[in-house]
Design a protein around this ligand. Structure first.
Ligand code: ZN
Length: 319
């Protein structure tokens, strides 16, 4: 037996972990080698003071991690021999570790797991610094939504991914595509004022004949005004939408239908009243006359009944 192996075996022997087949040759070596005898005496001398140091119980998590690392290390070693027993006896060793602080020394002596184990032990035992969260690309903005959460395994570290809403202002012509796009979004904003302003400006563009075509894809300014007229909860916004749709009553069936629906069922009298005058260019149309007739007899507002009736008389005189 060579000295290097003997020194490892001395430690194993001290903790009663040396296989019997190696005990004999170690004993022989110790009889002839003074250096290795010193090694044994050094271990015995270290045991007493080390035993006085209180030992922190390793967490089950730490033990499991060390066990995995040990398995990996042992997998790279050919089977048989006393190293295989390290794996088998690992948890028996852990018993030593709990009762005998000197196992730290043992692990250093064994070497191949010592560095890893002690390093992890130190890391796990260190008090965690309590610091605030760190940001990447922090901007002064409102958090919009959380898009993902990652937790670093076996730790308190969490990564939260999120989007921020950054306030911006853009200035430009009403005819520019960017401003149009924003106004279309504004027409559906939750804030009444924003919707009213947006719809008012879009209506003004339609009245001026600026890019307000009918589109089949449901997009565009004219469609936004139709949506506002039919669905906006604010009567002022619906009135603004009506203004913008006025130029298209005669040529666009969708516009005419939406205005007729408003006359028949809009809850606000001002909106219903405004539709009557808008329908003037098409009051000879049979569907328009039908709705006007209903309004002239059934609208709860007497003034609307009157103007509807007058509109019908006017169309009669034309025909
Ligand atoms: Zn020796």
């Amino acid at each position: 037996m060579k000295c290097e192996m003997a020194k490892d075996n001395v430690i194993l022997a001290y903790y009663g972990e040396l296989p019997d087949e190696l005990a004999g040759s170690l004993e022989q070596h110790l009889m002839t080698c003074e250096e290795c005898r010193h090694e044994l005496e050094a271990i015995q001398a270290m045991e007493t003071p080390l035993a006085a140091i209180p030992m922190v119980e390793p967490t089950p998590n730490l033990l499991a991690q060390s066990r995995m690392r040990l398995d990996d290390a042992l997998d790279s070693i050919p089977p048989h021999g006393f190293l295989t027993r390290l794996r088998t006896n690992f948890f028996a060793w852990m018993g030593h570790l709990r009762s005998a602080p000197a196992l730290a020394t043992l692990l250093v002596g064994v070497g191949f797991i010592g560095g890893n184990f002690l390093n992890r032990y130190e890391v796990a035992s260190q008090p965690r610094p309590r610091t605030g969260p760190t940001y990447t690309n922090e901007t002064h903005a409102v958090i919009g939504n959380v898009t993902g959460i990652d937790r670093t395994p076996d730790s308190e570290l969490v990564q939260v991914h999120y989007n921020k809403i950054v306030p911006e202002t853009v200035e430009g012509s009403l005819d520019s595509a960017e401003i149009r796009e924003l106004l279309l979004k504004g027409a559906m904003a939750p804030t009444d004022n924003v919707r009213a302003e947006s719809v008012s400006m879009l209506a003004g563009e339609c009245k001026a004949g600026h890019q307000c075509p009918s589109r089949d894809d449901g997009k565009g300014v004219r469609n936004a005004l139709l949506v506002a007229l039919r669905y906006d909860k604010d009567a002022g916004v619906r009135l603004k939408a009506l203004e913008g749709l006025e130029p298209y009553v005669a040529q666009d069936q969708k516009v005419r239908d939406a205005i007729l629906d408003s006359l028949a069922s809009d809850p606000d009298a001002k909106v219903r009243m405004a539709t009557v005058s808008l329908l003037e260019p098409v009051q000879h149309d049979s569907s328009v006359r039908k709705v006007l007739r209903n309004a002239s007899t059934q609208d709860e507002n007497p003034y609307i009944r009157t103007v509807s009736y007058n509109a019908l008389q006017g169309s009669d005189s034309i025909q």
